[in-house]
Design a protein around this ligand. Sequence first.
Ligand code: SF4
Length: 401
Amino acid sequence: MSAPVIQGWCPGALRPMMSGDGLVVRVRPRNNSLTASQAEGLAAAAIRHGNGYLSLSNRANINIRGVTPKSHPDLIAELMALDLVDENAENEARRNILVNPVRPHFLGDPDHYPNVPIADALADALAIPDAPRLPGKFGFIVDLGRGLRHLARDIGDIRIESAATGWYDFILRADGMPTGKLVTGDTAAGLAIEMARWFIDSGGVGPDGRGRMRDHIARGAQLPAGLAGDVPAAPEARQPKPGSYGGGELLAFAFGQVRAEKFSWLAKAGGSIRITPWRMVYFSSGLKRRRDLHDDGDFITNPADPLLNVVACTGAPGCPQALGPTRALARRLAPRVPQGKLLHVSGCAKGCAHPGAAPATLTATAPDRYDLILNDTAAGAPARTTTDAVRLTATDLFPTG
Ligand code: SF4
């Protein structure tokens, strides 16, 4: 099996990545939020210049696929008019900030709760010329939510989170550390940038330009006293599922992909759209015209839908690195995945759709051959190899129940 190509960077809008079906243009909505008119404009642009679909990434970004080099400049002009593009590719790449989509209302407006002001301050600090030169995948998390963390399961190197000590207590925590330092809405962004500088200065970035905070901490890196603390993070919120959640409503798309025209319809039915890293969108005030939604095969509204228990990347033929197809197999196997379990089907060992460990992963090693990996990532050691993956039973996939 050939090793996957590690790019070490993610595509952006200004710096798209070539894939098997054309350019992948990744749009990073500020604060993971789109106004209704931005959502409608984005959908129209995906129809005009892409393959007519929008897909959500696990960093709460939106991919437009199937863009040609010829149509890319026109697409960028439309995205700029919608205020969805950064000043330059470098700023775009550095603004890797995941913001809690389930923001509580504060003074009558969810954007007044410190999530958005802190994320805005971080984005501004990352856009100045002498901002820390962080690795391509290095990211920040702003996860404040009245004594709960909604992004606790999501990857982020520098984390500003709700603390266990009170509804209005926040901590700054380096990923990999069990506790963090108490911060306020005014100090959080500045100290997070200081932590990013410490990460670079203390050798967190390898000679290949890559590096993650968790690995750096695991290698024994010691945070300076001004960035360390002993305050535990707040408990995790319940696992997100379609339906009512945190006072609003979550809506899922199978494999995080939706027809652009349906996305546009959603903007009309629900107003502004928050993009989550869970391949779902969130409507803070619920979704009007919900009845229309029930009959629509584009959306997943049932929290027990078997498709919620599988994740699969683009796979073959869309991704040039894929060694086999993914989504059709995941659809076939989904009904065999017990509730509470997760099956990851990956086109190669890179595991883009689910970088962490999963109870069961099928990693393609040839067009009709898959490694079955248990409780590990897509690059883990296989428990078995099969050329007949479609016949795998629930017991084959989850032998320990
Ligand atoms: S994991 Fe999937 S999407 Fe990522 S490089 Fe491999 S085949 Fe492509």
